[in-house]
Design a protein around this ligand. Sequence first.
Ligand code: UD1
Length: 427
Amino acid sequence: MDKICIRGGVPLEGVIPIGGAKNAALPLMAASLLTAETLTLRNVPALADIASMANLLVQHGVELTRGAEGEDGEHILELSAGHITSSTAPYDLVRKMRASVLVLGPLVARCGRARVSLPGGCAIGPRPIDLHVKGLQRLGAEVELRGGYIEARAPRGLRGAEIAFPAVSVGATENLLMAATLAEGETLLINAAREPEITDLAECLTAMGARIDGIGSDRLRIVGVPLLHGVAHSIIPDRIETGTYIMAAAATGGEVTLTNTRLNLVATVARTLEGAGVEVSETADGLVVRRRAERLEGVDVMTEPYPGFPTDLQAQVMALMTIANGASMITETIFENRFMHVPELARMGANINVHGASALVRGVPQLTGAPVMATDLRASVSLVVAGLAAAGQTVINRVYHLDRGYERLEAKLARCKARIERLQDGA
Ligand code: UD1
């Protein structure tokens, strides 16, 4: 398995281009199942999770073409679900990536049935899908759990309904939003998630002919239409990749410009870091990140659904706080068991105590490089942030997690003077 080796302590200086949002691309790819016409997606990131979703869709009968590279080498994907040949999403493909469950709503809406493997456990907690299932039942689908599969049937089509989510779920909102576009009558999604990726999906669906009101709010009203058509859609910038490089720049000092991204996608993150002494400003060239003083100040952070501080940046901000002056309380409210990076950061000299859903980080003047283990996507990249700031050499094992969510990570950082390299298997 590949490793990443970092010799830290060098301030990052340069320009980092931000890719399209993985978490917008995945539901948008699943939305191709809703129409027999071609959906063209631009600004698609080149990531392992995108390849997993592509494999799953091909298995459902979607014809997939990589379009010509656009300006700036952007990736373009054309998806045509003229004939859906299978409405089963098999265990082998679903277990690799939980977002595979996003084919459930579109398949039932378009084919009147779907068989989707339960995603199973995951390193960051149990992550159930009860909200997806209950919502589909409200839309009139009969759902059974059999042999590890969700079997959903709506032979006479789905019917609009009012669905009030008891908890905010990004995936359930996306699945039911997609399903409702082809249901008969009106659907109201109450307490819907409002992440920018959902807005991006809703805007693409609207361009495909869906009727959706309340986009960007926690109440989405959808009036079903008989069919949707193809469009070309450009995916929004990845706010988690943006936030991650903001933390990397802040952790090392120096000055980094992030291009192809926007401040409004990371407003809460920028505001939080402002309190820690990090300046993030939007200029004509992109977002410019710099540290105001030699040492950062500890700030408290609590993860929340959007527009709150994203759980997908919790590990990275913790890495940053390990070297701040004073203490920082980091509270995770979205996922249980999302502190697997703590013992790894401790190996590098961080002082962190976990009490339930909160971690108390007491800043130390300097981390020191160490061999560490990546456990999930965001935990892995927090070790990269820590390694860039640490004195000496950090070797991160199991970096395949990083390839799920970060395109050309080493190249982007190396262009900003980081001493980082990937050691191929066996090295
Ligand atoms: C999405 C993101 C993920 C991010 C998460 C929270 C994608 C592909 N992934 O994941 O990167 O960390 O949002 O911002 O977009 N829950 C239930 N029942 C359900 C569904 C969820 O109890 O049926 C719980 C989960 O266990 C979790 C919380 O709700 O505690 C939020 O999960 P959810 O918003 O659904 O996350 P995902 O859509 O899986």
